[in-house]
Design a protein around this ligand. Sequence first.
Ligand SMILES: C[S@@+](CC[C@H](N)C(=O)[O-])C[C@H]1O[C@@H](n2cnc3c(N)ncnc32)[C@H](O)[C@@H]1O
Length: 492
Amino acid sequence: MSGDPRAPTGGPSAPRGPSAEGDLELTWPGKYEADGSRTRPNRGVEPLPVIERFPGPAGAMGNRLVAGDNLRTLPALLAEFAGRVDLVYLDPPFGTGDAFHLQTRRGGTSGAWAGAANRADGPDAGARRGPAAYADRQPGGLGGFIAMLAPRLELIRELLSPTGSFYLHLDARTVHAAKLLCDEIFGAANFRNHLVWVYAGRELARRRYNAKHDDILFYTRGRTWTFHPERILEPLRESSRRALSRHVDEDGRPYVIRYRDGGGFAGRDEPGRTYRQLVPDGTLPRDWFMADFARKSQRTGYPTQKPEALLARLIAASSEPGDLVADLFAGSGTTPVVAAILGRRWLAGDASRAAIAAMRRRLLAMPDGGGGFEVAALADAGPPAATLDLVIRPVPAAEPHDPGRVRITGSADDLQAVVAWAIGTREGEPGGPFVAATTAIRDSWTGELATDLPTNFQAGPAAELPVGGADPVCIGRAWTASGTATDVPIAR
Ligand SMILES: C[S@@+](CC[C@H](N)C(=O)[O-])C[C@H]1O[C@@H](n2cnc3c(N)ncnc32)[C@H](O)[C@@H]1O
């Protein structure tokens, strides 16, 4: 066995027993078996086949979107990624008891999700709000919440690389119990910080203090870890900058003079006794910070979406370009989107079909398509087939050498439900993954669906679309906000 002080004693998982140093133990329903042994998560690997591929620049597809309950997807993910993930961020449901729906933009009907809210598509037919996103209804109160989290964290810890970092985003309802749970699973010695994200918003409570912060627990897998405070410096207040900029050196850089013995600031250079300290770009990061809620331009309509600035801070500090970043309660996909922007690889999962649809659309909206990715799904978590009456047709080219284009058409209602569509091929018929050649999305800001797509084939009078008996067969596919998919015929 390795010298890892966290090496398992009762199986290939986290150590058992009390949290911290043995002086305090959190228990929860189902923690122990009837014989007193610690309950362990089910490690049975379920098939998690790739159902869609969206190649990025130069055909890159190194990232993975995973559909299904993470307790069931984790054993398969561990088989592939154990010890290889550099950063895990989790933002699970907080135990609010609420059922969350996709949100339409106030006062308007536009937006990527609006169409689905207005049409008869799935269980929310006719609803004025959008389709269901997810229900935060873990039974059993706080004990039930911890019982839900415990086996997942036990498996997720094993995803982490030896220098990996773990962030758990919660609020005051659950963070205190979750701290003890994490101490037990990650080791109290690996607790690094309790971060506080402070946000603004209307204060309405009059009988208690207004809740204006979330809590993020930060653990590392071991005693060495990646951390770059210089990438997330806090900006200096203008008054501090002015006070610190009393002197300017030969290169025009402001500095202060400090005594070497720690005795504060000196008025002038005294060689041997003093040194010059350049005014830094900012101060080292604190364990609390302010960040606004997701900007309007970032909003996807998915409830409880976190701001990109928050994720950018954690990912920049705790990973290197090229590292693998994972989020298995990924919702609207803030983590994979920011990971892709910062040049990291990503693994993102969610049990909600609406979340997978929101992430697919949001990633495809990125200039590099999220870096290219595959969608894998448990047998019962792939997009259910919908019956939208749509057709894709070649658009006749005005000139013989115009690049080819195809256009998606259908009834206004059916088109309105579409948040993304693509043409591509099917790999290894029958039932093989859909491989997108070109994709189009509904813009989340304007609500406009791009109905034309460039193709690599000519759509003029002499066009030969590789449909029907051709190999590979070209097919179309359209996805809705509630998470359904429709294979769309390509008409000649
Ligand atoms: C608070 S939201 C995450 C929001 C996300 N951070 C964002 O920025 O959009 C929590 C997510 O966890 C998902 N979830 C809940 N239980 C899950 C489970 N057992 N497996 C996978 N995902 C789950 C929900 O569907 C929901 O999308």
